[in-house]
Design a protein around this ligand. Structure first.
Ligand code: SF4
Length: 343
């Protein structure tokens, strides 16, 4: 049995044709699930009864269990327990322009970035398409809100779960699915270069973000093991390819770590690397976790770094902080829960 939330438009059409129905009936299935919020086969009102009966033999309506919510005025962090007992986190950010959701793509992560709680716990498994969809649906339905922006930037490396990521994006951007504009979705990678090219060549208009966090190989190697396989010059080349091919800016995420990557010289190097391309930098003050010794750069260093980039005509923003008041870095809720269970 397959979760009905894993049905992409293409898979739905294939299923219908192979089961003796018309491919055009897929729209009614999607309308029932996404527009009218059916949570069981009995609640499907727009899909023909004989088709509902066929679907109920091959699919099921997945339920999501929320174990914990850390809520503050601007941010809510959800800890979900999956059907096999694994945990993931999803973060809702209530912003002026709408509700943004940061979703996970894996339970744990194999990329091993030194500043990240999730990287320390290793990947337990990839999430299915439906588990990515359910993060959005659960929060929309329980909070009674509409999500306007999605960042695929939570636990896991999205390009390490590429097929399911693409299935998720197909449903998210499908008019009868989640119905989101591709430009409101950003996928973030730590730098799996072959997948950046593949994603650029795929027919989609989602945004790309790259976790850069250093302007040279020496520094980046110490922070992000992935850099040893995919060095920074090649990564920037791939980012520029994406930008040219999709005619989009690419966001370079840069966590500011005191004494590690926050000097003016490093800002100069970063500006040189970017040149006059359409890559722009998002400076992120580090949100300390209890599991490493990194410290956030002070205000003066962040300002000086920002000014160097500005002077060199590099597009740069500073991320508004969400979730700091919850005292929880990304992946911290999951990490705490796993440790508690081990004890
Ligand atoms: S920062 Fe992202 S890619 Fe790196 S270990 Fe954490 S979840 Fe994985």
């Amino acid at each position: 049995m397959t979760s009905i939330y894993s049905l992409t438009p293409i898979k739905a059409a294939e299923y219908l044709l192979s089961s003796g129905f018309k491919a055009s009936q897929a729209d009614n299935i999607f309308k029932d699930i996404y527009a009218f919020g059916a949570c069981s086969f009995d609640e499907m009102k727009y899909t023909a009864r004989e088709l509902v009966s066929a679907l109920s033999k091959d699919f099921y309506f997945e339920k999501f269990i929320c174990e914990e919510i850390c809520d503050s005025e601007s941010t809510a962090k959800y800890l979900f327990k999956l059907s096999d007992g694994n945990y993931i986190e999803t973060v809702l950010m209530r912003q002026e322009f709408g509700n943004a959701l940061c979703i996970s793509t894996q339970s744990g992560c194999n990329m091993g970035c030194k500043f990240c709680c999730s990287g320390k716990l290793k990947k337990l498994r990839d999430l299915t398409i439906s588990e990515m969809i359910m993060q959005v649906l659960y929060i929309e339905r329980t909070e009674k809100i509409k999500i306007s922006n999605i960042t695929v930037m939570g636990i896991g490396e999205p390009f390490d779960n590429y097929e399911n990521l693409c299935g998720f994006l197909d449903i998210a951007t499908y008019g009868h699915g989640l119905g989101m504009g591709a430009k409101h979705i950003t996928v973030s990678t730590c730098g799996l270069i072959p997948k950046i090219y593949e994603f650029a060549d795929r027919d989609n208009n989602c945004n790309l973000a790259i976790s850069l966090h250093a302007p040279d190989n020496e520094t980046r190697n110490t922070l992000m093991p992935v850099n040893q396989k995919y060095p920074i010059e090649e990564l920037i080349k791939a980012a520029k390819y994406f930008s040219g091919k999709r005619n989009r800016k690419v966001l370079l995420e840069y966590i500011m770590l005191e004494g590690i990557n926050d000097s003016k010289e490093q800002a100069e190097k970063l500006a040189e690397l970017i040149g006059d391309s359409r890559l722009f930098v998002n400076l992120i003050p580090y949100n300390p976790s209890r599991e490493d010794d990194f410290r956030r750069s002070n205000e003066e260093s962040i300002r000086a770094f920002y000014d160097v980039l500005k002077k060199k005509n590099v597009g740069v923003t500073r991320r508004r902080e969400f979730g700091g008041e919850l005292n929880a870095a990304c992946g911290q809720l999951r990490s705490d829960r796993i440790k508690k269970e081990e004890v």
